[in-house]
Design a protein around this ligand. Structure first.
Ligand SMILES: N[C@@H](CCC(=O)N[C@@H](CS)C(=O)NCC(=O)O)C(=O)O
Ligand SMILES: [Fe+2]
Length: 356
């Protein structure tokens, strides 16, 4: 199985990608709206096909990426029937099975943080995705969205601690940089409800947490009750239209040599190699502007803001760094030439200078 844990630093949310290596079917648990482009790029780069997005609950602190991913990839939206959300393709109930390739996730109701929280348990009980029910050495809060500390204690003890000791547990958030835990670890070390801590101790703890409400609660809850569909349906700014670009998991827009040759007349081609490379055996793209990477920060004034920029180097890595320098300097329409001059030449696009 392919497994990836992804993080949204804004809301400290974990998104989980699970894919079947054999037939490429994948699911994404708890995608975040602002990270959809990143997640879609990873799914693409790993050669996976997104079957479904699964929510562990109606989030109060960020908007789900479910609707956006459906629009982008055709994935099905799945979440608990008890959520009351509109716009899902499948409403899940206790013991439902979500299959991807030869693998399955099993649905367990684990109310407490909200009344409709679920935990997804992998078929062989080696992993479970606990949402905001059990957090690492903690638990989700229980003071809004029909939260109920007694129900949470029961969910964790009866539905999560009943999994095998070595079952790995993956929460929807961690605010301290922790990534995963196990049933045995939490039974022993969870300071709120591990060891001999009784339900009354836990509810007393939860009653006195006094956390401020999530900053985005008034936006996130209504949006998540629509599975992340924006009210005006347009979604975020559309992908750049000035050339056929693709977005990489590394977070960069790239253009391939063929696309650049077609659009060469409309863009500024920025070569960030050293001067001796520019006139060396690889040659350079006709019309390219030479600004070596080390000088770029001080020379961005030589570039126009009203024309897209394609950064070029030998193999594509220095130019990727140039992209981030340009971003920091307020340039918007920028892309990296995939594979740099090496690929440009290998695909026989026109060069100035260089040896044949
Ligand atoms: N400061 C965060 C608060 C996040 C928050 O309240 N998270 C919920 C999960 S949606 C929680 O259960 N937090 C537990 C905790 O902070 O201990 C924000 O504004 O978004
Ligand atoms: Fe939550």
């Amino acid at each position: 199985m392919i497994f990836r844990q992804l993080f949204d630093p804004q809301s400290s949310t974990y998104t989980y990608l699970l894919g079947d290596r054999d037939n490429g079917e994948a699911v994404l648990i708890d995608p975040v709206f602002e990270q959809v482009r990143r997640d879609a790029a990873l799914i693409d780069e790993l050669g996976l096909r997104l079957l479904a997005t699964l929510e562990t609950h109606v989030h109060a602190d960020h908007v789900t990426g479910a609707w956006l991913l459906k629009r982008r990839t055709g994935s099905q939206i799945m979440l608990a029937a008890a959520s009351g959300a509109e716009g899902a393709d499948r409403y899940l109930v206790e013991d439902d099975v979500v299959a991807f390739g030869g693998r399955r996730l099993l649905v367990r109701a684990t109310p407490g943080h909200t009344n409709s929280c679920v935990t997804y348990v992998l078929d062989d009980h080696s992993m479970a995705f606990t949402g905001d029910c059990l957090l690492i050495r903690g638990s989700g809060r229980t003071d809004f969205q029909q939260g109920d500390a007694t129900a949470m204690y029961r969910s964790i003890h009866d539905r999560i601690f009943s999994l095998p000791d070595d079952c790995l547990l993956y929460p929807a958030h961690d605010y301290r940089g922790l990534t995963a835990t196990s049933v045995a670890e939490e039974r022993r070390f969870n300071p709120r409800l591990g060891g001999d801590i009784a339900v009354g101790d836990f509810t007393g703890y939860m009653k006195n947490m006094r956390l401020a409400h999530p900053k985005l609660i008034d936006v996130a809850v209504p949006a998540n009750l629509r599975c992340g569909r924006p009210e005006n349906e347009t979604g975020p700014a559309t992908d750049p239209m000035w050339a056929p670009l693709h977005f990489t998991f590394a977070g960069i827009w790239e253009i391939d040599p063929h696309g650049l040759e077609e659009h060469a007349a409309e863009v500024q081609i920025l070569d960030v190699r050293e001067p001796d490379e520019f006139i060396g055996p690889l040659g350079h793209i006709p019309g390219a502007i030479l600004i070596p990477l080390g000088e770029l920060t001080g020379r961005t004034g030589e570039l126009r803001h009203d024309r897209p920029i394609v950064a070029v180097c030998r193999a594509g890595s220095r130019s990727a760094q140039a992209i981030s320098i340009l971003q920091q300097n307020g340039f918007i329409d920028i892309a990296n030439l995939t594979g740099g001059m090496l690929r440009w030449r290998a695909e026989a696009h026109p060069v100035e200078g260089g040896s044949s």
